[in-house]
Design a protein around this ligand. Structure first.
Ligand code: GLU
Ligand code: MG
Length: 658
């Protein structure tokens, strides 16, 4: 979850006192950094994914599933293993995440996947390797790792193992449901963020999720929360499930993809283009139908996580006149992007958003163009919400902590990332909306899909941009139940340059498409094409077909694209739909929206079996990849030669085996 520097956490009061200082030095750090790196170019494509795992303990006798608070010690164990057998661990890296029942795994620090096409075929193997390492580290504990986005009974009584009581009138979360012991115990960042976000806001988060109204669900449905506290009760809503702290959001897991662009311009371009695909891909990856033991009327985590770190005060929310605060802020820190950032995208920024005038001016005076200055001046309206005493004094030239502090607590659908200081890494873009799939095959498919999409955009000069106001609407629609099948999304009718006869200056992007140039499409049309609309995947296939690539990699890519294609067409279910069906068809389910302990246990047992390789026809049909473990010689300049060698070696091996 971003910056993991350590130290003595400051209270919210003290952090607040340093807010202007952090912003000021953070901006100086950005400027120094920008000047060092703005002309950096010719970086190659490199990419990496982040998987946040959930650790579950299944009690097979009592038939209950609990979230096991063993993340920190599991991380220690993996690190010890790494010390013992460094060679086996160079390809993976592990870090803490928000909750003690979570842990995050990525490809090795110095080992992102590279540009050559065979890399698409090692993503899945790398994920398998990570899973195996985690399984091994958990051996003997009775715990298993699962790639689920949200535990269906998160926040229900005794959802953790060991069990702890929540502390609604004290502690960090002040939650009626979520004990502070569930927050990652080995790193101060997570606890500090929890407390400071709540204190900054001035009260607990209040997140209301629409309940799924089944035949026997009471109407109106009233969430009987265990309190007599007037404020809490006032914050609940009829027909909604109530959640009240950061853990409900940041205690959920996702799949993220980061890739390196050739230079800053390409990074800005891809940031804008991919932003439009965020709601679409969120809907296709949907995996969270149940919250706090209730089946809900949404399929994705997004609004919950957005509400869970929403630290806006009443003034900032526009509920009280501005007195102590500077801005009315329309979005949470965790939300869709507020603006496109490429210089040609300006006309699509049709929604005003707050920004710090002075910061913008400073950035422009220091040579950033208006669009980038605007973007950062917007991110920097936020206060730092976690600060360590030892880190307050910073070198504006050499360090970047204060910049990263604000940057990494702006959790938007996309993140534009300057190169880290003193490293070989270039300008990067992070794609953040995806929910987790149960299997490595599916997760690899989503990762590879996003990366090939970037290649296709660049190769064909595709243009997906729609006005930001429409993008915001798309996001509201994407989280709804069954958005893939039922939702309509604003999309451009013309995404290939030169396809539109009426428009002869499409490349400069100076004006947004006229309203008649985009329309509401379903996801099947957007992804697979229909009528005159080409569809994203057919274009990606054209790109892939033009590549010189070994047979295994080609087969794997085709299977990945098929998965996304079939999810988009509805031929295969989203994970959310599969889970919803599992729950509603369970013998214990009483058509009353309640997901009890036994249903949760059986669901997670099924998830575990599927994760381990049991075929689930509803989710993946008969699709499977030909992933390979590693590329021994990922060919650089001698690409063609070694690739064909590689293929022929495999063929020989195959024929020997047969
Ligand atoms: N767990 C968060 C999510 O589900 C992401 C946190 C992060 O940025 O690492 O979106
Ligand atoms: Mg993370």
């Amino acid at each position: 979850m971003g910056l993991l520097s350590k130290g003595t956490s400051l209270s919210w009061e003290d952090t607040k006192k340093h807010a202007d200082h952090v912003r000021k030095v953070g901006i100086q750090q950005l400027i120094a950094h920008y000047h060092r790196l703005k002309d950096r170019t010719n970086d190659q494509l490199k990419f990496g994914d982040e998987i946040e795992y959930t650790i579950v303990r299944l009690d097979h006798e009592k038939k209950v599933a609990r979230l096991a608070l063993v993340g920190p010690e599991t991380l220690d164990k993996i690190n010890e293993e790494e010390q013992r057998t460094p060679q086996e661990h160079v390809q993976t890296a592990w870090v803490p995440e928000y909750a003690s029942y979570m842990i995050e795994g990525t490809p090795g620090r110095e080992r992102p996947y590279g540009w050559c096409v065979m890399n698409y075929n090692i993503v899945e193997s790398n994920m398998k390797m990570r899973r195996n390492q985690l399984v091994k580290a958990l051996e003997g504990t009775g715990c298993i790792p699962l790639c689920i986005t949200g535990f269906p009974r998160l926040g229900c009584p005794s959802f953790t193992d060991p069990q702890y009581e929540p502390t609604p009138t004290g502690g960090l979360s002040n939650s009626l449901f979520y004990p502070d012991e569930a927050i990652w115990k080995g790193h101060p960042r997570f606890k500090t963020l929890t407390r400071n976000i709540r204190q900054r806001k001035g009260e607990n988060q209040a997140i209301n999720i629409p309940i799924y109204k089944d035949q026997a669900t009471p109407s109106p449905f009233v969430d009987h929360i265990p309190t007599t506290d007037e404020t809490c009760l006032k914050n609940t809503m009829a027909d909604h499930v109530y959640l009240d702290c950061m853990g409900f959001g940041m205690g959920m897991c996702c799949l993220q993809v980061t890739f390196q662009a050739v230079n800053i311009d390409e990074a800005r371009h891809l940031y804008d283009q991919l932003a439009v695909l965020c709601p679409i891909m969120l809907a296709i990856s949907a995996a969270t139908p149940a919250y706090r033991g209730y089946l809900c009327d949404i399929d994705c985590r997004w609004d919950i996580i957005s509400g869970s770190v929403d630290d806006r005060t009443k003034e900032e929310l526009g509920l009280e006149p501005l007195k102590n605060d500077k801005f009315v802020i329309p979005k949470s820190r965790y939300d869709t992007i507020s603006c496109y950032i490429h210089p040609t995208s300006d006309a699509f920024n049709d929604k005003p958003f707050p920004f710090d005038e002075e910061i913008k001016k400073t950035l422009q005076t220091q040579g950033l163009d208006e669009h980038l200055a605007h973007h950062f001046a917007h991110l920097f309206i936020r206060d730092p919400i976690s600060l360590f005493e030892e880190k307050v004094q910073q070198d504006p030239e050499k360090e970047t902590d204060h910049f990263e502090n604000i940057q990494s607590t702006n959790w938007q659908t996309m993140r534009f990332k300057p190169p880290p200081p003193g490293s070989p890494i270039g300008w990067r873009v992070e794609f953040r909306p995806l929910e987790l799939q149960l299997t490595d095959f599916e997760n690899a498919a989503f990762v590879v899909f996003v990366v090939i999409l970037t290649r296709t955009i660049l190769s064909f000069g595709l243009d997906f941009r729609i006005p930001i106001s429409k993008l915001d609407e798309n996001m509201r629609r994407a989280v709804k139940r069954d958005a893939v099948k039922k939702g309509k999304f604003h999309f451009r009718k013309t995404i290939i340059p030169g396809d539109d006869d009426d428009d002869d200056d499409e490349t400069d992007g100076a004006s947004p498409p006229a309203p008649q140039e985009y329309e509401e499409m379903d996801i099947d049309t957007i992804i697979n094409g229909k009528g005159g609309f080409p569809g994203v995947i057919p274009l990606m296939r054209m790109y892939v077909n033009s590549l010189e690539v070994d047979v295994d990699t080609r087969c794997t890519i085709q299977q990945y694209l098929k998965l996304i294609q079939k999810r988009a067409s509805g031929e295969l279910s989203t994970t959310a739909t599969w889970m919803r069906n599992f729950i509603t068809q369970h013998p214990d389910y009483k058509q009353d929206s309640i997901v009890n302990d036994r249903i949760t246990y059986d669901l997670l047992v099924a998830c575990d079996r599927i994760s381990k390789g049991e075929t689930c026809a509803e989710l993946t049909g008969s699709l499977h990849s030909r992933t390979i473990r590693d590329i021994e010689t990922c060919p650089g300049t001698a690409k063609r030669k070694s690739q064909s060698e590689d293929v022929s070696v495999k063929h020989r091996k195959m024929s020997q085996n047969n």
